[in-house]
Design a protein around this ligand. Structure first.
Ligand code: ADP
Ligand code: MG
Length: 717
């Protein structure tokens, strides 16, 4: 699954067995509901979960395509079972009992005319036992394996079978599911959509004719309900003309919406932020360092954009520590010099405050009025900031989401800067940008990101953005030395921590969330607190601090201040420190359970050290045993300090879904198509998109609506 094309759905599918579905497929379908005891309010919960998966309309269900198929069209005599293969048997329950063999389990003996088979369940409910009571006739589907007591199936899918019940005529689809939304439910919901919906073509016949693609109706029906003759393995690998048609339509939706977005943007106007450059020059002159060549180059690109009357939409990419903030400050200076205001939004309060500190240091001496807005401010203070923004008194406002939430209206916002843009919902970015109202000129938009976006992704998801890249670090930086250390050698790491602290350096000790379960906040709290206590017990002589996402903002800030001031030796933290935090004296980072993090994230974390002149270290503590694949993955970090190279390899290992943090960004990702593999289809989709937009705009809109539904708004940024 590592290189799954089915990104998010594939992960969902491998989620642990949902509660109340313990007996594998035992209550999948067909069996009576008595005793199953679904929790009350299940329907509402399910609706909420479906909503989160974007499954709302009939079309969402039609486009929720199977991951694979199982063949229940045949029954294998028990004596003829082949070990290791998925097969179906039908028989009568001879015995059904709960046993404790190390673990509590349900053992069911099933017999047909040819022999006997053991079914073993580790998760089961009273209803399961009822359904598998002695004398019942059932069909079981699963992998047969040799056990101590002959062949057995662990957690087979089980159906009640009436005598002489005909076998299904078609392959059974297996859908990506999520907790609380079972196969059986999805299957019947999708079957209903297939009955109710007329699968009409949105692509005009004249355009479709030249593509050599199969009709959509055939593709969708074929994929959901393939006949037994079809090569299930090929379908499961997303091969064949049906899948090709689906991928084409997905790419077409993407192409149409990107082109629409571009056209809309070109119609908007922005204030030309051309100025004498006086403030910019003064800022240049007062900086304690000279810009690197890369910083100068990107600054020239941004400077030119700002002077145009089309709103800039530029992504400034640069590895951690490459110095994006100063470029943002120059852009703000240009806006302010031209008589406009600037806003700078950061994803966390810690970062916003750091930016504030730096911008004040750089711009306040030049007479610029800098203001700061965060959720934690008192109502009166917030009102004062709002007034200052609305009157134009504040020339630059720096803050968190509060900038959006507190309905800050600017007298004349000329430039909006969003740091670490991928952490914001795209919709939120839009709201900040359109704060001045749709009809009025739009502010220019500059997004800063340390997450390098590989070219193929940039071209598709961010086709509407211009990209500037800082590909050079300020001089004098030493690369962070990275080490992979087994958790069993923690003592050596602790010695190292003591040594660093003894010479006045500081340490980050990072732990991941234990599991991203239902309640992430509780998980974060537990993980961080436990880690803090453990570390504290091991390093009683050192001053420890604890930082995690669930701390009240004021406390977070206080802890960060104390760390920055050198009053804390070891900061135990979750990934809240991932972005932007800048404490040059921190020279060692220890990352617990490193194998649980994504590579790009580890690289971001590692970027928190190596910001000063000292040689810095990053220790990746991994838990044993570490699989070869996991070791291979971590080795990438050990071998490379180049964020782009790491991102490229991370992408290859994981697929773009996780990479972009789809959940956070709300960017609708390609579910089926792959930009590299399907380059040829993409070309055809682009052609058809152009034709549809020019000659069949309504069908083009209908096509996007069908694929993206409510999510379309994100793409027409
Ligand atoms: P990032 O791109 O990760 O946001 P920052 O803007 O926080 O990086 O810059 C990292 C550090 O490097 C800051 O302390 C900043 O003042 C410093 N810096 C930025 N540009 C230069 C430069 N050209 N020469 C020396 N130091 C620089
Ligand atoms: Mg930064």
């Amino acid at each position: 699954m590592a290189r799954s094309r089915r990104k998010a759905p594939a992960r969902r599918a491998s989620a642990p067995a949902p509660k109340g579905q313990g007996a594998g497929g035992a209550n999948d379908d067909g069996l009576p509901a008595t005793g199953r005891g679904p929790p009350s309010g299940e329907a509402a919960t399910r609706a909420a979960r479906l909503e989160r998966l974007g499954l709302r309309r009939d079309w969402d269900f039609l486009l929720h395509l199977p991951l694979r198929y199982i063949d229940e069209t045949q029954v294998t005599p028990i004596a003829g079972l082949v070990s290791g293969a998925e097969q179906q048997v039908e028989g009568e329950v001879m015995a059904c009992e709960v046993a404790v063999r190390g673990r509590r389990q349900l053992l069911v003996r099933l017999a047909d005319a040819s022999g006997e088979l053991l079914l073993r369940f580790f998760h089961f409910y009273p209803s399961t036992r009822q359904q598998l009571a002695v004398g019942r006739r059932v069909r079981a589907y699963g992998v047969a394996r040799g056990g101590l007591m002959g062949l057995e199936m662990v957690h087979p899918r089980v159906h009640a079978a009436r005598p002489d019940e005909p076998l299904p005529q078609r392959l059974t689809p297996i859908y990506p599911t999520t907790e609380g939304v079972g196969q059986g439910w999805l299957r019947s919901r999708i079957a209903r959509a297939l009955r109710d919906v007329e699968i009409a073509e949105t692509v005009p016949a004249s355009l479709l004719a030249g593509t050599g693609l199969r009709p959509l109706d055939e593709a969708i029906r074929g994929l959901h309900q393939p006949s037994p003759g079809v090569a299930a393995a090929a379908l499961a690998q997303q091969q064949g003309p049906w899948w090709e048609r689906i991928r084409f339509d997905e790419l077409l939706a993407q192409q149409i919406s990107l082109r629409t977005a571009r056209a809309r943007r070109a119609e908007r106007s922005a204030p030309a932020l051309a100025s004498s450059g006086a403030l910019v020059s003064r800022l240049h002159a007062t900086l304690p360092f000279a810009l690197t060549g890369a910083q100068q180059r990107v600054w020239r690109e941004i400077e030119a954009d700002l002077a145009r009357t089309v709103p800039m939409q530029r992504l400034l990419q640069g590895d951690v520590g490459s110095g994006k903030t100063v470029v943002a400050a120059l852009a703000a200076a240009q806006a302010i010099d031209a008589g406009f205001q600037a806003a700078l939004m950061a994803p966390t309060e810690i970062l916003a405050e750091q930016h504030f500190g730096r911008i004040v240091q750089w711009l306040a001496p030049l007479g610029v009025r800098v203001t700061w807005l965060a959720g934690k401010l008192k109502a009166g203070q917030k009102r004062a900031v709002q007034q200052a923004a609305a009157s134009g008194e504040a020339q630059i406002v720096i803050g968190t989401h509060a900038l959006i939430q507190e309905a800050v209206d600017f007298a004349s916002l000329g430039l909006a800067i969003v740091d670490e843009q991928h952490r914001f919902g795209v919709a939120q970015r839009l709201r900040l940008r359109s704060r001045t109202g749709e009809a009025q000129p739009q502010p220019h938009l500059l997004m800063l990101s340390a997450t390098p976006i590989p070219r193929t992704l940039a071209m598709s998801y961010y086709a509407d953005l211009d990209v500037s890249v800082i590909d050079e670090l300020p001089p004098g930086r030493q690369p962070v030395v990275t080490k992979l250390v087994a958790a069993g050698r923690r003592d050596e790491v602790l010695d190292r921590v003591r040594a660093e602290a003894a010479r006045g350096a500081q340490v980050y000790w990072v732990c991941p969330l234990v599991n991203e379960g239902e309640d992430e906040s509780t998980a974060e709290l537990t993980a961080a607190t436990r880690m803090y206590e453990e570390t504290h017990a091991l390093l009683p002589e050192l001053r420890l601090g604890l930082l995690h996402g669930q701390l009240p903002p004021a406390e977070k800030t206080a802890v960060m201040h104390a760390f920055a001031a050198g009053e804390i030796d070891v900061l135990v933290a979750t990934t809240v420190i991932e972005v932007g935090v800048d404490v040059p004296r921190a020279s060692l980072m220890v990352i617990e359970h490193a194998q649980r993090f994504g590579l790009a994230q580890l690289h971001q974390l590692r970027g928190r050290v190596g910001r000063g002149a000292d040689r810095s270290f990053c220790v990746l503590l991994y838990d044993e045993p570490l699989s070869e694949a996991a070791r291979e993955r971590l080795r990438v970090l050990y071998e490379s300090t180049d964020g782009f190279e790491i991102a490229r390899r991370d992408l290859a290992l994981r697929g773009p879904g996780e990479f972009l943090g789809a959940r956070q960004s709300g960017v609708p990702l390609l579910r089926f198509a792959d930009l590299e593999r399907d380059a040829d289809l993409l070309g055809r989709a682009r052609e058809v998109a152009l034709q549809m937009l020019a000659r069949h705009p309504q069908q083009a809109a209908a096509h996007v609506q069908r694929w993206l539904g409510g999510r379309a708004e994100y793409l027409v940024a």
